[in-house]
Design a binder for this molecule. Sequence first.
Ligand SMILES: C[S@@+](CC[C@H](N)C(=O)[O-])C[C@H]1O[C@@H](n2cnc3c(N)ncnc32)[C@H](O)[C@@H]1O
Length: 281
Amino acid sequence: MTTSDRQYWEERAVKHGRLACGYLDPRHQVYEQPLRWAAFARMSPIKPGELVLDIGCGVGTWSVRMAEQGAQVLGVDISAAMIDMAEPHAGVEYRVAAAHELDCPDRYFDLVVSVTVLQHITDPEELKRALRNLRRMLKDSGRFFVLEYSPRHSVPSQELTYMRYRTHQQWIDLMAGEGFALASSGGVRFIGHRAYSAYRRLRQSRHAAPTATAAAASPPATTAAPAAPSLSSAESVLMRMAQATERAIARTPVIRQRSDLHAYVFVKAPASDLHSPSTSG
Ligand SMILES: C[S@@+](CC[C@H](N)C(=O)[O-])C[C@H]1O[C@@H](n2cnc3c(N)ncnc32)[C@H](O)[C@@H]1O
């Protein structure tokens, strides 16, 4: 296993508490989580009693939500610190393991869920081993819900130590090469994330000195649930309007693929199709 991947997530968990497995700015989180969940509910709804593997479960946000829908969930994460913070639930069992090492029986799960996890497996060979292992544990009739950063045409040129960028098509080709056929895909967010990021950059450049002081003076992260950001009533209305627009775009043919974050549902391709990348999009 890539020690540095595990180390990165352990350190992030200790430093940022429960925020560590998502955006550090809780406003991004509050805005985007409902959009991610809506994509999941639309594309791969839970059937009660299903056995679900939430790989890279972080602090268990998705595991608990899926258990609330009637699934029996195994939440697995490479970071023990994340699992220590994970929310207990009667329908969820948590375990510390890397995706390529998890040892569950063959053809065990009805559904494997990976929400912004595969993009963080930085060694390409380890990622392939992880995909082979996940495929092994998935029932032949099972599905694999994947949500990753996946722009349509080009990826940022900046290299990050904890992330590997891939375009939409590169994800589909990678998965096809490891025996997963694309059943459906769709964009998750379109306007709000970029608009808010631009607004935040503008504010930070205007208030550069005070922001630096505030960050230095901020208390150490705790494992408590992050406080929900306080939004003015105008901000709340704006956010709800933007989310409604995002949901409408996500249901509109053609333009619903114009996102830099896609959700995919893959199914097991026949073993004979292994290592023959598809060109479909
Ligand atoms: C961006 S967070 C997403 C967490 C969670 N899926 C969610 O959406 O709230 C990525 C998570 O993947 C975990 N992770 C990274 N590499 C992993 C691997 N090889 N196997 C299992 N988990 C991994 C990290 O520890 C981290 O908790």
